[in-house]
Design a protein around this ligand. Structure first.
Ligand code: APR
Length: 172
């Protein structure tokens, strides 16, 4: 049964087929969830990332999960918020859709996302949440493998924004 769930927690502890990393275009690690995922996965993750030659904003690349509970890590650089005049909404949607496309071709049934771009990249949370939930909902309608998508929120404010966005989509 296809479903989207919103949880509070640390994505590095979630046991799903693939977790998504809010990366940067170098794919060579960073702070925030990127830093947490690299710390938990161990040095082999960075070693594999080095072979990928970076990733464009809104696109996604996949690696193994190494010491993480998840089989794969899907890395996607979300857009840096620049006021909304640089296709940020479209690029954020692309990050979700392209990550799900990669999960699909790797036969993943369960996928977990952090709140892409709403930290260091300053994408306003109340704008990002509906974009994310709508992108995931639309994808699930035609997905053949991906069945369960979990938004793993690191704090209560983020969870509230995604809970609200999910309620809005379900009532639409
Ligand atoms: N589990 C789940 N979510 C987390 C975790 C974690 N362990 N750690 C942080 N987060 C949350 C943040 O609280 C925020 O809600 O992930 C969301 C995204 O924040 P960032 O990690 O800052 O990512 P982003 O805004 O996309 O900026 C990406 O930050 O870390 C660098 O290398 C990264 O340059 C890139 C930029």
């Amino acid at each position: 049964m296809k479903e989207i769930t919103i949880t509070l927690g640390d994505i590095t502890t979630v046991k799903v087929d693939a977790i998504v990393n809010a990366a940067n275009t170098s794919l060579l690690g960073g702070g925030g969830v990127d830093g947490a995922i690299h710390r938990a996965a161990g040095p082999q993750l960075l070693a594999e990332c080095r072979t990928l030659n970076g990733c464009r904003t809104g696109e996604a690349k996949i690696t193994k999960g190494y010491r993480l509970p998840s089989k794969y890590v899907i890395h996607t650089p979300g857009p840096i918020w620049q006021g909304g005049t640089h296709h940020e909404r479209e690029l954020l949607r692309n990050s979700y859709v392209n990550s799900l496309k990669l999960a699909e071709v790797h036969d993943c049934r369960t996928v977990a996302f952090p709140s892409i771009s709403t930290g260091v990249y300053h994408f306003p949370l109340e704008r990002a949440a509906p974009i994310a939930i709508t992108a995931i909902q639309d994808f699930l309608q035609s997905a053949k493998f991906v069945e369960q998508v979990q938004m793993v929120c690191f704090d209560a404010g983020t969870k509230q924004a995604y809970d609200h966005a999910l309620t809005q989509v379900n009532e639409a």
